[in-house]
Design a protein around this ligand. Sequence first.
Ligand code: SF4
Ligand code: SF4
Length: 388
Amino acid sequence: MSNSLKVPKVAMKSKKKTRYWRLTILVFVLIITTVLGLLHQYGQFKTVGIDALCPFGAIVSAYDLMFTGVILKRIALSSFILLVAVIAIALVFRRAFCGLICPLGTLQELFGRMGKKILGRHFTIPRWLDQPARYLKYVILLLVIIFTILTGQLVFRPYDPWITYHHITSPELFTEFLLGFIILLLTIVGSFFFDRFFCKYLCPMGAFLAPFNKLGWFGIKRNKESCINCQACNRVCPMQINVAQSSKINQLECIGCNECVNVCPARDTLYVAGPRDKKKITPGLVNILVVAILIIIIGTTTATGDFQWKIPTLKEQVIQAGEIDSSLIKGKMTLQEIADAYQIPAQFLVEKLGVNEEDFHKPLKEINEKYGLTTETVRLIVDEYIKK
Ligand code: SF4
Ligand code: SF4
């Protein structure tokens, strides 16, 4: 290839840097979400559960919100805000959320890189099995939505590898999340051998976002005149898309990682552009804009108080409710919190429940068995005090 047809060395270096930046963003989001999950379980600063920080929860509870006005248990307004951000990103940059933000995608990429290093290569599933298996994720999406609507519960939760990842140190791992743990293991082991194993075959979020590859404004184009058929794009594509033979890369499977664009050595051959090739932009700018959309939406809604990061304390919930409502009491709360929130003298609860000083500071679910209590009993005693 003559020099004039090659991407100049400086530009090639900058493309390499863009690839590192993409990985850095992915790892950063994985670290942040992992820390939030740990803070929820162990921290003093009680963050909301990971369900409330996942846009997929909003997809499956959208029906309940629209027709009953109720958000499913564990889902919060923040899930819907994240879904709006993901859709906004998809309308502009297609499935860039999958290729640039999704922390479950990051886990797969990290184990995938490990697999490639150790095994020296990655494997592909034979086409006769791979192609039909890719439809599985659409079936899963449909089933999850139907069963969530029918039951009014987050039916996917015990199978969700992302929620399971956040329960890896929890005693519920081998009870409530046993199947999720098996799917998480399958995801990790699968991605060790095959690129983005979960994304290709099992991810319902990917299935939801796939149609945006036909609708999103910016997309990848290939100039077949200048293509030298080196196959570098095909080799790097984690979703095994035949980039080298396509003129537009708008296949449902593309996760918008722009890796193909960043490895192409031929000048002006693979590029990101709007419709009719107007407004070409670099993959580096795509990275910046995707992160900016996310930060602007989360930042603004955090400032308005709509995006919740922290679970309100019982006292804050009672004040917010504006009336004394004992149904706010949950098994994870201590008698001390309950006494503070409803302004009940500790002595009254101790005498009524026969609880010792030490257990007064433990969650109800931990002391229920010892004293033969239920959360409902505590609610009734609180009601009794309030009516006095
Ligand atoms: S076609 Fe390009 S952008 Fe799409 S998944 Fe493959 S490498 Fe990533
Ligand atoms: S990387 Fe793909 S698009 Fe670019 S020159 Fe090689 S075959 Fe053509």
